[in-house]
Design a binder for this molecule. Structure first.
Ligand code: SF4
Length: 431
């Protein structure tokens, strides 16, 4: 078996290299000062790779300025241009960034055109030393794949394999690959399947960027991320990780660092059902407890567990442990007692204050147990990426939002001030 590595500026990831922690700015990339300040803060927090929204050529120019400013300050953290759709922006960014993140299937609806653009990008990347991340998300697979495999983990893995096979033929392997979903089970299964397919059909394993997308915020955002990423890290899958939170991106870094450190320590017995945790603070408890019990719950090896925990020396009550357990069970797709929130972390494309809106929506909809509610920052990627949400609240720009039901837009152009109330009425069936 050949284990490939991926060189992203001064950071190399892959088999035998440390797992790299990464995050993504949620600033408008055209706002150079704000973006530099956020990169600086991420760097100070220990973030080793930083991604910025780079949807067009203007953002590529801004990225060049951001990079120059950071390098002047002695900050050498590799920068990743987050592209998604625009092949011209990807080609230009490959001359600026240390890595470009693309979903090559989005380059064109015509597969042959998308293939040609991908080949051109690999040529430029070979010249400039830029790495490529092939980033496919659950819910953004093209019709060609979904008609053959469904919108499934296998579909995600097969879609990634097509591009990896092409890359191997093109003799370009400075690549990392990701298959994210907000559903921890789907995401873990997709990465496992891809690992197996790479080993069996390519005879080589590309480094993997692992994360749970649209995990949300607070306790549940952390629990979902720890369950999904932690399960894979324990199995040796994952070379760079991103904990995706609808919060200040700086908050993502300590969670990822804690996960990396837990994964490098001895794993508990997989069928263990009794845990004892001594945590420094609340989030330390959330992370440790999710890492201990989450993987076995996710894979159905255990159905329940008991836990004794202290936080900063105080013993947690049974009610506190039970409240955590409810969140963990739901994050592991085992028992649904609350609404399920699928919230994007926000990025340079975000069209409203998603962090405060998510809090408002969670408060207004907490009675809808079992209902999947997506809160997405932009109309370009949001609808595709909210996958199987029952309802969606998506920013349109200009102070307007669109509400979705069953994946279809049902109310467009609603003033943002009326959005939460209308969402509740839509879920209630009183609209
Ligand atoms: S849905 Fe849009 S705003 Fe949210 S993270 Fe994805 S691209 Fe950014």
């Amino acid at each position: 078996m050949k284990y490939l590595s991926c060189k992203i500026g001064g950071v190399t990831i892959g088999h035998g290299y440390p797992v790299a922690v990464q995050s993504m700015c949620n600033t408008d990339t055209l706002d150079i000062d704000a973006s530099v300040a956020q990169c600086r803060a991420l760097h100070a927090a220990g973030c080793e790779i930083i991604r910025l929204t780079t949807q067009g050529l203007r953002q590529v120019e801004a990225l060049a300025q951001i990079k120059a400013r950071l390098r002047e300050e002695g900050i050498a953290t590799p920068l990743v241009a987050d592209i998604h759709f625009n092949a011209d922006a990807a080609l230009a960014a490959a001359k600026v960034a240390e890595k470009v993140r693309i979903n090559p299937g989005n380059f064109s609806k015509d597969f042959e055109v998308a293939k040609a653009k991908f080949a051109e990008l690999t040529r430029v990347c070979r010249e400039t030393g830029c790495a490529i991340r092939i980033g496919l998300n659950h819910g953004s697979l093209g019709e060609r794949i979904t008609s053959a495999y469904g919108n499934t983990p296998l579909g995600m893995a097969r879609a990634a394999m097509e591009w990896l096979q092409m890359a191997v033929k093109l003799d370009f392997t400075n690549i990392t690959v990701s298959l994210k979903s907000s559903n921890t089970k789907v995401m873990a299964d997709a990465y496992r399947l891809l690992y197996k397919l790479m080993a069996e059909e390519l005879g080589m394993v590309f480094p993997m960027h692992v994360g749970v997308t649209e995990a949300g915020a607070g306790d549940t955002g952390r629990i979902k991320s720890v369950v999904g990423i932690g399960t894979l890290l324990r199995e040796g899958i994952g070379d760079t990780i991103r904990v995706s939170l609808t919060e200040d991106p700086v908050n993502e870094v300590p969670v990822a660092q804690a996960l990396r450190s837990l994964a490098s320590s001895a794993a508990p017995d997989p069928s263990c059902t009794s845990f004892s945790i001594d945590a420094a603070d609340h989030y330390d408890f959330i992370i440790q407890a999710s890492f201990m019990a989450g993987p076995a719950l996710l894979d159905g090896r255990i159905d329940d567990f008991t836990m004794h925990a202290t936080v900063a020396g105080r013993e947690l009550t049974k009610d506190e442990i039970d409240a955590f357990k409810d969140d963990l069970m739901q994050s592991c797709r085992r028992r649904f007692t609350k609404p399920e929130y699928i919230a994007c972390p926000g990025c340079g494309r975000t069209l409203y204050d998603i962090q405060s809106l998510l809090k408002k929506i969670m408060e207004a909809t907490k009675q809808f147990a079992g209902v999947k509610i997506a809160v997405m920052g932009c109309i370009v990627n949001g609808p595709g990426e909210m996958a199987d949400a029952d309802y969606g609240y998506v920013g349109e720009g200009g102070g307007k939002v669109t509400l979705y039901k069953g994946g279809e837009p049902v109310l467009r152009g609603i003033p943002q001030e009326e959005g939460v109330e209308k969402l509740v009425s839509l879920i209630n069936g009183t609209l």
